[in-house]
Design a protein around this ligand. Structure first.
Ligand code: GTP
Ligand code: MG
Length: 177
């Protein structure tokens, strides 16, 4: 009685927020201090087990490039996605604003039932934090009032804290037969 489901997941967010680092932590359990900026997009897969549902969820992951010149490619990746991770860096207010813009774009252009997850990365850099939990909660409440539900979480690709939890929460939110 082991159920299996496969979903397409896309990562969006400003360059250098740590999208590739989150994916590599999740897929390979490694971290690179000198990771190179993504060109175009990268494709990786990884599965998570959901023991309570006796299910395995496989993610087909599109890690997009955050640099402005690749912006026009993003719709190719989110158009048929089941889930989207909108990533910001907790030490960068501008990256939080950019994540909000991605959410706005997804609401307009992505499949209606897409599962959106707002992710604050680099929690190992607390001293430099610019985005706090209160304003994230406020933003999420505001979206809820507009009828958009959202998963959210924080993580550190560097330490690994919170990374698996984010993907597990998404897997739990997706429909497993
Ligand atoms: P693009 O591919 O250009 O869109 O960037 P990206 O969002 O994929 O960022 P990437 O994963 O390449 O990380 C950018 C830089 O941030 C790299 O030097 C990483 O080592 C660093 N970094 C990523 N995650 C973390 C983290 O959790 N903590 C710290 N301290 N640094 C991180
Ligand atoms: Mg990258």
């Amino acid at each position: 009685n082991n159920r299996f489901a496969q979903f397409k997941l896309v990562l969006l967010g400003e360059s250098a927020v740590g999208k590739s680092s989150i994916v590599h932590r999740f897929v390979k359990n490694t971290f690179d201090d000198m990771r190179e900026s993504t060109i175009g997009a990268a494709f990786l897969t990884q599965s998570v087990k959901l023991p309570e549902k006796s299910a395995t969820v496989k993610f087909e992951i599109w890690d997009t490039a955050g640099q402005e010149r690749y912006k026009s490619l993003a719709p190719m990746y989110y158009r048929n996605a089941n889930a989207a991770l909108c990533v910001y860096d907790i030490t960068s207010r501008s990256s939080f604003n950019r994540a909000q813009e991605w959410i706005k774009e997804l609401k307009k252009q992505a499949p209606e039932n897409i599962t959106i997850c707002l992710v604050g990365n680099k929690t190992d850099m607390q001293e430099e934090r610019e985005v706090n939990q209160e304003e994230v909660d406020e933003y999420i409440t505001q979206l809820q009032n507009e009828g958009t539900t959202l998963i959210s979480g924080e993580c550190s690709a560097k330490s690994g804290d919170g990374v698996l939890e984010i993907f597990t929460n998404i897997a739990n939110a997706l429909p497993v037969e």
